[in-house]
Design a protein around this ligand. Structure first.
Ligand code: FPP
Length: 271
């Protein structure tokens, strides 16, 4: 029996969707959006033209993910390293592009029942951008569908540093180190991603095989899908292709997983 097609998918998306097991969709997908500069260079255009074109890819990917009811999508929009190592003119352009996106996109996010969140050191971003971010989050806070998290001025190592500091501060306020109990769950609760389950799938565009300081703790057991498609060319249909590939993989979490038939029902144990 064919599952019904979620509203809004185009024909190519629907074709791939019908080959998926709707019971085994990833609960959280994280995407490293890469290749904007190369996309522009191939067209003899300035790098910023690639970033501008990248917004269309963000729109398509976000809408398709929401339409097929992925509970959480996280996009690596701007790393701490990007901020420090790129020319000021490019950084300024990215900030303006982000502000514009946040201003224009709220109605679409609301129409798709998407709630906006952020990870990264927000306080280091320009104040005007922080205000836009707060407004957009506020405007979508009641939505109950997909959580869209934008990683802005994000670095996984900085996140871990901040978690250590938060843990130490909490200990100091609660009777000192003797009372500090640390396990994986404690650490998870002090990461920027405390509102999210760990990603099941991480997608990287433009063919690079690196994590580039993205969600290092959270991606411990994620399936990695690398596509040669450059980010500005990426669309919902490519996300579905990534999910199809994910569903072909056998997730073992360090175990043996001999029983394939119970694969998705069984709670995998970590080793
Ligand atoms: C990587 O391409 C992309 C970025 C650093 C910026 C990503 C930003 C967007 C897609 C648009 C704005 C975002 C939102 C959420 C509206 P690159 O410049 O590193 O490409 P290259 O490796 O080919 O040089």
């Amino acid at each position: 029996m064919q599952a019904t097609t979620p509203a809004g998918l185009d024909r190519r998306e629907a074709e791939i969707y019908h080959r998926l097991d709707p019971g085994r969709l990833p609960k959280h997908i994280a995407i490293i959006m890469d290749g904007n500069g190369r996309w522009a260079r191939r067209r003899h255009m300035p790098r910023i033209a690639g970033h501008r074109a990248g917004v269309a890819a963000v729109r398509s990917t976000v809408e398709t993910a929401a339409r097929i009811h992925i509970p959480a999508l996280t996009l690596y929009a701007f790393s701490e390293e990007n901020w420090k190592k790129r020319p000021k003119s490019e950084v300024d352009f990215l900030m303006r592009l982000l502000s514009r996106y946040l201003r224009l996109e709220v109605p679409t996010l609301n129409a798709n029942n998407i709630r906006l969140e952020y990870i990264g050191r927000q306080k280091e971003l320009p104040e005007s951008v922080q205000e836009r971010m707060a407004d957009a989050r506020e405007a979508t806070t009641k939505n109950t569908g997909m959580v869209l998290t934008l990683a802005l001025n994000y670095s996984a190592r900085t996140e871990i540093v901040d978690a250590f500091r938060a843990l130490a501060d909490a200990a100091a306020r609660n009777g000192g180190l003797d009372h500090l109990h640390v396990d994986e769950a404690t650490i998870g609760r002090h990461l920027y991603t405390k509102h999210l389950p760990d990603p099941d799938l991480v997608v990287r565009t433009s063919g690079e095989m690196r994590l580039s300081n993205f969600l290092l703790w959270q991606l411990a057991y994620a399936e990695i899908y690398v596509t040669p498609t450059l980010w500005p060319d990426f669309r919902g249909v490519h996300l579905l292709e990534g999910i199809a590939e994910y569903q072909k993989r056998e997730r073992r979490y360090g175990g043996l997983n001999e029983d394939h038939s119970h694969h998705h029902a069984a709670k995998a144990t970590r080793s």
